[in-house]
Write a protein that binds this ligand. Structure first.
Ligand SMILES: [Zn+2]
Length: 165
């Protein structure tokens, strides 16, 4: 008597074998040591995301690989899969890494505390200047101190930026 797997077509096995997690479709079955979902198909152990691509999207051109846009290896949501060269895959992953790091460093560069600190220091610098004090650091020195652009400092000090603080 055939087991269910020989009865169910691949499409059905894929559709019934996963769990939705956000926009991802995560394979419930076995995973290989690299974290890819695996499925036995026609006597071979196949990677689920590749089967998903060939089943729901189209054939994988020779020499190309199926990549995840979500970077979750056991996800096989067809819209998260695309084909490309290995190099493209690496470039994409590096770009993702860079982007994530870039956001932490560039956009969320200053904490609220630091913004308040900068305002205080700028005020102190301004007062010291008015008092004709010598050896007063320039406002520009704050760019080095906090590792941000002059524009950022300027926007904080003149109140056009970071107004929520
Ligand atoms: Zn996904």
């Amino acid at each position: 008597m055939p087991n269910q797997y020989t009865v169910l077509p691949l499409r059905e096995r894929l559709l019934s074998g996963g769990t939705r997690n956000g926009k991802c479709l995560l394979w419930n079955g076995r995973r290989n040591q690299d974290g890819y979902g695996m499925l036995d198909y026609r006597g071979k152990s196949e990677r689920v995301h590749v089967l998903s691509y060939t089943t729901f999207v189209g054939p994988v051109p020779e020499g190309l690989q199926v990549h995840h846009s979500c970077n979750i290896r056991h996800c096989y949501e067809p819209s998260h899969l695309s084909v490309g060269t290995n190099q493209q895959n690496m470039a994409y992953r590096n770009a993702c890494g860079r982007q994530a790091r870039g956001e932490r460093h560039a956009r969320v560069k200053l904490t609220e505390e630091q913004v308040l600190e900068i305002r205080e220091k700028a005020k102190a610098i301004g007062n010291a200047r008015k008092g004709k004090q010598r050896d007063v650091p320039s406002l520009r020195s704050l760019t080095r101190e906090y590792g941000v652009s002059w524009r950022t400092i300027h926007r904080i000090v003149d109140g056009t930026g970071w107004t929520h603080i």
